[in-house]
Design a protein around this ligand. Structure first.
Ligand SMILES: Nc1ncnc2c1ncn2[C@@H]1O[C@H](COP(=O)(O)OP(=O)(O)OP(=O)(O)O)[C@@H](O)[C@H]1O
Ligand SMILES: [Mg+2]
Length: 1056
């Protein structure tokens, strides 16, 4: 009996230990009980390694590709490099995106399940929830590699697995439905991908405090507008055109004046590819129409949107004839008729604008006719502008429908990867620049997170050598001497600028840069593979030759002013939002395409920097879009241009593998007698005992605060192999206990191991559920108690609540920080935080002011300094000072041509600082005379046309008097003993504050301005005195009064 009990207990202990040691890691999916191992390790012999950091030969590109191949052949398309997911496009439906799969990845540790895009999604979601830090997932790869598909999978994962309510359902639908709409308008069939995104997309998915998706926001980048008017052979225009023509109802097409035949439209025939076998335009049309209404487009809006799409097609069909003079005229009047109606503009005005351009010369508008070529490109420019701006409008509209505030965020970036073609143009230049920036961010953040982890664990950081691509980013974007600045300069300068002069300027300015060369500057070998019109950039990923043809035009992206004017007059509500009249008034040239892109990229980098990043690196296995084909050359190219080997090197620079002590001990404790079946001491000591028993050498591992770090995969594999052996021996022991000689009767009484495992597992699940419930109840109880005691001093009863209040105030504060130095708003702090909030407000304000000051340019600084002086002199002292505050001080009020040359001559070399028209009042009869007051570096001069009437050296200027009212009269006091001066000067300026501030600054007399109430006394020469009396009245009046004084009536201002 005793023996029986002992054996039975042994069975239990063994099972318990087997279970606890995580040899079998059990997770339950909705497909039932699933037993999986920490598969990254044990699956390695079968299909390579699931994490490249475990590759023994981690510097070998061949080994890297071989691992990808092995896995791809087994339909294992996902592999990690640490936490980076590498994904190879399978070009076939794998059954790995079902709801069951989603469940499987929900709430499970990254390394416990096989690599998947759901694991990355779930990991980001959990980090957002638990660490309360915004996340972003950066998806990159070349065209056709599967970026958009990956981003859709992530979105679906959140839609299915996150908590929801009715309101959330609507947002979820909108989030999901934004994809078909954006794809219809922004995707097209290209040679590389039947559904290629022709724009970059960053999408924030916003989650509320319960973790439910409640909103979103999309930013779009660099839509390939040129596709609207031209497509390469085998490619198509944006899907929406074909969807409308194929799927649009008869009625609709009639109204839009369209025929159901894409061949009829010039903008759709260039690629000679109206039909694509993998695309069903008709059913896609239905999907898009439905999506538009789910997102919340009204019927009117849809109609106006389609009017625009149809009008682009009509624009493409406008044809020109040439007169003898070479001037173009339109030969297709029907199109104009439709266009006038669809765009809601006057047909004649549009016709005129499509054949002429307006030039403004000396303030006059002149119309000049266009020749055939100019007219066609004006038409195409209009089509591109209309489509491009409508696309941006569409994105904004979707954003409005997804608006939600105060949320945690996971951002998804689906953006073009590095592009290297036979011929690379402006677009590839921008795209590759974008990738340089992303690479910079990637390296910085990967290194940083590695460094942070080492620091947190107290392990010495060993610096990692890596290529810092800042030098290339600078070469492209630096102010004044970067390629974009040079390009902009060529676009904006007058004279004969061309693509070739741009190339020459590059050679002259950055020709010596280590990462740039041109045909002219290159050595003989390189020259052979470069065209004369090309420059070569040595990107972090490799060399790319760019042909400068078209750079200037594409960068300028100009639309003639009169075409803009027509669009501004449109009745179509979407177009009126796209073409703002303010744009016409703005005489500044619009920013160039490259500069706009640079600015938007800088903003994107800021956004990404503020979040915790995860990465999905997509790879295309072949160019034929075929399943099962693994093209070595193509993949090697992508591994290189995605910088994956560098990723791996950085990740492997320190330790290949790290795990929390608890996880490590649980898994391997059976390998050491002291830790088996359980370790009672500190976890760190347990791990230390275990690895010593296993014979780890000191250089092979380090023990951090909570984790063990293992340097080489081989150490881990050896441990893993030992575990495998141990597992078998334990299993045999179990079998022996169950079926051993003489123990048949025991087998009859004991349940089978499977039943025991099941029972244990159920028990453990129930315990966990109960524990969760207990925790939840506790939290609620603590919260309520804390609320009741919230006004007491901090005590155990209220500390949880107070912490929560603090946390939520700080979070609220973070989201509602003032945006500018003038914004004085600040969230109201809870009582416990009033002081801290005030300190924070001060600090934040100081910081903002400091930032503001740093950004001030010299011109503005000068303006502010003058305003400061004005404030010191006049604030609260003179009635019309407040009115002067918002008005900028002018450099001068009279330009060189308005001052008589003789005066300028007689002033000789003295520098003119300021000039203003003034009125002078005679000392005797107070007659008003128009004069000019000039301020030079040494003196103030009063001028009457060509005559220099009076010169007052600043040194001799005794003081300045002015009234406290709103008039502009002032007196310059000069010494009475100076015979040359005929007494003080009484003047009046319409810009009194500005004029006197300038006088005060030039003459250094800030403290010599007297502001008087009532009256001013001044000397008239020969010892006589005059008096000016000031009173308030309805309007300005300056006249001699009966008492012989000069009487000034100053208008009362509203504020007084
Ligand atoms: N995980 C996947 N499973 C099955 N097929 C896929 C997967 N990922 C991509 N594909 C296939 O590859 C095609 C191209 O993928 P996708 O449109 O995502 O490429 P992309 O990287 O976004 O390219 P582009 O830069 O041109 O927009 C998809 O239309 C789909 O047919
Ligand atoms: Mg895409």
């Amino acid at each position: 009996m005793l023996a029986r009990n002992v054996d039975f207990n042994l069975t239990r202990v063994c099972l318990e230990c087997l279970f606890a040691s995580s040899i079998y890691r059990i997770a339950v999916g909705s497909d039932g009980v699933r037993i999986s191992m920490e598969s990254a390790l044990t699956a390695r012999d079968r299909v390579g390694v699931q994490d490249f950091v475990l590759l023994e030969n981690h510097t070998s590109e061949a080994a890297f590709i071989e691992n990808l191949r092995k896995r791809f052949k087994e339909n294992l398309i996902y592999t990690y490099i640490g936490s980076v997911l590498v994904s190879v496009n399978p070009y076939k439906d794998l059954e790995i995106y079902t709801k069951n799969h989603m469940e499987r990845y929900r709430g499970v540790n990254f390394y416990e399940v096989s690599p998947h895009v759901y694991a990355v999604s779930d990991n980001s979601y959990r980090s957002m929830r638990t660490e309360r830090k915004d996340q972003c997932i950066l998806i990159s790869g070349e065209s056709g590699a599967g970026k958009t598909e990956a981003s859709k999978k992530i979105l679906q994962y959140y839609a299915v697995t996150c908590p929801a309510s009715d309101q959330v359902e609507t947002v979820k639908d909108r989030l999901l439905q934004s994809n078909p709409v954006l794809e219809a308008f922004g995707n097209a069939k290209t040679l590389r991908n039947d559904n290629s995104s022709r724009f970059g997309k960053y999408m924030d998915i916003q989650f509320d405090f319960k973790g439910a998706p409640v909103g979103g926001h999309i930013l779009n980048y660099l839509l390939e507008k040129s596709r609207v008017v031209h497509q390469n052979h085998g490619e198509r225009n944006f899907h929406i055109f074909y969807q409308l023509i194929e799927g649009g109802e008869e009625d609709l097409l009639r109204r839009l004046g369209l025929e159901r035949n894409p061949q009829q439209y010039q903008y759709l025939v260039k690629g000679n590819c109206p039909k694509v076998s993998s695309i069903n335009d008709r059913s896609d049309w239905k999907v898009v129409r439905k999506a538009l209404s789910v997102i919340g487009f009204s019927e009117d809006e849809v109609e106006e949107l389609l009017n625009i799409i149809a009008s682009v097609l009509h624009l493409g069909n406008i044809q020109y004839g040439g007169e003898d003079s070479g001037n173009a005229y339109i030969t297709t009047d029907t199109q104009i008729k439709y266009l006038a109606r669809l765009l809601g503009v006057d047909g004649l005005v549009l016709k005129e604008a499509l054949t002429h351009k307006t030039i403004i010369a000396k303030g006059e508008e002149l119309k000049s006719p266009l020749n055939l070529e100019q007219a066609s490109s004006a038409r195409d420019a209009l089509s591109k502008a209309v489509y491009g701006r409508t696309f941006t409008w569409l994105v904004n509209k979707i954003n409005v429908s997804l608006t939600y505030k105060n949320a945690s965020v996971i951002g998804l970036l689906d953006i073009y990867g590095f592009e290297v073609f036979q011929h690379n143009s402006f677009e590839q230049f921008c795209i590759n620049y974008c990738n340089e920036k992303l690479q910079q961010l990637f390296i910085e953040l990967t290194l940083k997170s590695e460094q942070d982890e080492y620091e947190a664990e107290g392990i010495t950081w060993e610096p990692v050598q890596y290529f810092n691509n800042k030098i290339i980013c600078d070469l492209v974007e630096e102010k004044f001497k970067g390629i974009i600045s040079i390009l902009d300069e060529e676009c904006l300068r007058p004279g004969d600028a061309s693509d070739i002069t741009f190339l020459e300027k590059l050679e002259n300015t950055v020709g010596g840069h280590a990462h740039l060369t041109t045909h002219k500057l290159a050595d003989g070998k390189t020259r052979k593979v470069m065209g004369r019109e090309e420059f070569r950039l040595l990107h972090y990923a490799g060399e790319v030759n760019y042909n400068v043809n078209g750079f200037l035009d594409k960068n300028n992206d100009l639309l003639f002013r009169n075409l803009k004017e027509v669009m501004c007059m449109s009745d179509n509500k979407i177009l009126t939002q796209c073409f703002d009249r303010a744009e016409l008034k703005d005489s500044k040239r619009p920013e160039t395409a490259a500069t706009q892109f640079k600015t938007s990229l800088a903003k994107l980098m800021e956004i990404l920097m503020s979040k915790e990043p995860s990465y999905v690196r997509c790879i295309k296995p072949n160019d034929a879009k075929q399943a099962g084909r693994f093209d070595d050359v193509l993949i090697r190219h992508q591994v290189k241009y995605l910088g994956l080997m560098e990723n791996l090197r950085v990740r492997r620079a320190g330790f290949a593998y790290r795990r929390h002590y608890e996880t490590f001990l649980q898994r391997y404790k059976s390998l050491c007698p002291e830790t088996w079946p359980s370790w009672q001491g500190k976890l760190a000591d347990g791990v230390s005992t275990l690895v010593k028993h296993l014979g780890y050498k000191p250089e092979e591992y380090k023990l951090g605060r909570s984790k063990i770090f293992i340097r080489f995969p081989k150490t881990l594999f050896a441990t893993e192999d030992a575990l495998e052996t141990r597992k078998h021996s334990l299993a045999s022991k179990l079998r022996l206990i169950q079926t051993g000689p003489g123990l048949d009767s025991l087998a009859a009484v004991c349940p089978s191991p499977a039943v025991v495992v099941q029972a244990w597992w159920r028990g453990i699940l129930a315990c966990r559920r109960a524990q969760r419930k207990r925790q939840a109840a506790n939290t609620i109880r603590r919260f309520i108690k804390g609320f009741i005691y919230r006004h007491n001093e901090r005590c155990p009863e209220n500390e949880y609540f107070l912490d929560y209040v603090r946390y939520s105030f700080l979070m609220k504060l973070r989201r509602n920080l003032p945006k500018s130095v003038l914004d004085k708003s600040w969230p109201t702090a809870p009582t416990a935080l009033i002081e801290a909030s005030e300190q924070l407000r001060k600090l934040y304000m100081q910081n903002m002011v400091w930032g503001y000051c740093k950004r001030i340019n010299p011109e503005w600084k000068h303006q502010l300094e003058q305003k400061m002086v004005a404030s010191e002199i006049f604030k609260n002292k003179k009635d019309n000072y407040p009115q002067s505050v918002p008005k900028l001080f002018m450099g001068t009020r009279l330009n060189g041509e308005e001052i008589n040359p003789k005066v300028l001559q007689s002033l000789g070399s003295e520098t003119m600082k300021y000039a203003v028209p003034v009125t002078k009042y005679d000392r005797k009869g107070y007659k008003a005379r128009p004069r000019q007051l000039l301020l030079t570096s040494n003196c103030a001069v009063i001028v009457e046309e060509a005559k220099l009437k009076q010169r007052i050296d600043y040194a001799a200027l005794k003081g300045i008097s002015v009234s406290s009212l709103s008039d502009g009269v002032f007196v310059l006091h000069v010494p009475t003993e100076d015979k040359k001066q005929k007494g003080d000067v009484v003047l009046q300026s319409d810009h009194i504050i500005e004029t006197l501030t300038k006088v005060a600054i030039c003459a250094d007399k800030v403290n010599s301005i007297n502001i008087n109430q009532g009256s001013i006394t001044f000397t008239m020469g020969q010892g006589k005195e005059g008096i000016i009396d000031f009173t308030s009245g309805s309007e300005l009046l300056v006249a001699k009064a009966k008492n012989g004084h000069l009487s000034v009536t100053a208008p009362r201002l509203n504020s007084r």
